[in-house]
Design a protein around this ligand. Structure first.
Ligand code: GDP
Length: 327
């Protein structure tokens, strides 16, 4: 059995086999594994003067070009001297068993580059469980010297909000949409996005992409009024040709620098830690309620009563909580 100290040492030395074991440990739901994982994370707490990695979220509908962008961006970052880790948060994979990023062939050159590390979404548990594992994996990867962490997600349920809360810069990829089609973009994602890029701006689509970028930019001005600390730029790019990728990264760095200069970067990270703490409290309380013997014994009856209208949801909730035996 490998010790926590050996795991920590192996992770710090970026030994990939050890790193993979450490990630498996933080992903595990076994209580003994979780206890070890917490010791490991404590052992890997960064020194106050350690360099701070850049954490970037990337979202967009399937097919928009996230993987292709990550492949191009990752290679660009490596050429700048960075070490790049790619993670995914895909709660739907818990049902399908498959995962975005499951197929590394879409990031062919990045996957084989020794300065890159690609890890698909954990496939067990709820969004809360996946998010916890991903946050903890970020800590491991940063300890291993990865200074850029890219977290990919598709806009399923709350997953975008979850990823936005674990990164410094949240980016949104879209296709050229104008006029009425703009309505098809979820408003929530525009509120979360720090950088927006219209992808597939190549061939016959360049002009269309530029027009779409201008329209999106006006839509964003309504969300971020003049005087806001940061107004998200809308860029155009072609992931397949690599055009606009360096500019995409420049925008991420400008965002980071703007937040840092205003003292907002540290404040955000500290707030994320506090929010994360409370999220785990909520998740744990909920799972204790669901698993308590008292709740289990009344659950199906209460649910049936809500369904047939003999109990209101509020009364049903009260009945379940009354049945919760507090363990
Ligand atoms: P994801 O589902 O968002 O990860 O999208 P992929 O990266 O897998 O890309 C979906 C499809 O769009 C693939 O066939 C890509 O080759 C293609 N694609 C991605 N980026 C571009 C681009 O910039 N221009 C063009 N023309 N096609 C692209």
């Amino acid at each position: 059995m490998i010790t926590v100290a050996e795991l920590a040492e192996g992770v710090r030395a970026d030994k990939r086999a050890v790193l993979a074991r450490a990630i498996t440990l933080v992903e595990s739901r076994r209580p003994d594994h979780q206890a070890l994982a917490q010791q490991l994370l404590l052992a890997l707490t960064p020194a106050p003067d350690a360099p701070i990695a850049t954490r970037v979220g990337i979202t967009g509908v399937p097919g928009v070009g996230k993987s292709t962008t990550i492949e191009a961006l990752g290679n660009h970052l490596i050429s700048l001297g960075h070490k790049v880790a790619v993670l995914a948060v895909d709660p739907s994979s818990t049902r399908s068993g498959g995962s975005i990023l499951g197929d590394k062939t879409r990031m062919g050159t990045l996957a084989v580059n020794p300065r890159a590390y690609i890890r698909p979404s954990p496939t067990s548990g709820t969004l809360g469980g996946v998010a916890k594992a991903t946050r903890e994996t970020i800590v491991l990867l940063e300890a291993a010297g990865f200074d850029v962490i890219l977290v990919e997600t598709v806009g399923v349920g709350q997953s975008e909000v979850t990823v936005a809360n674990m990164v410094d810069t949240f980016t949104f990829l879209t296709l050229a949409r104008t006029g009425d089609q703009l309505q098809g973009i979820k408003k929530g994602v525009l509120e979360l996005a720090d950088v927006v890029a219209v992808n597939k701006a190549d061939g016959d689509h360049i002009v269309e992409a530029r027009v779409a970028a201008r329209e999106l930019s006006s839509a964003l001005r309504l969300i971020h009024p003049r005087g806001s600390l940061w107004r998200p730029p809308v860029l155009t790019q072609s992931a397949i040709e690599g055009t606009g990728i360096p500019e995409f990264w420049d925008a991420v760095i400008r965002h980071r620098t703007t937040l840092q200069e205003a003292g907002e970067f540290d404040r955000r990270r500290r707030q994320q830690q506090v929010d994360w703490t409370w999220t785990m409290v909520r998740d744990t309380v909920l799972s204790r309620v669901e698993q308590s013997d008292g709740v289990r014994s009344v659950r199906s009856g209460v649910e049936a009563a809500v369904q047939d209208g003999s109990l209101t949801p509020a009364l049903a909730a009260q009945r379940l909580l009354d049945a919760f035996d507090g363990r």
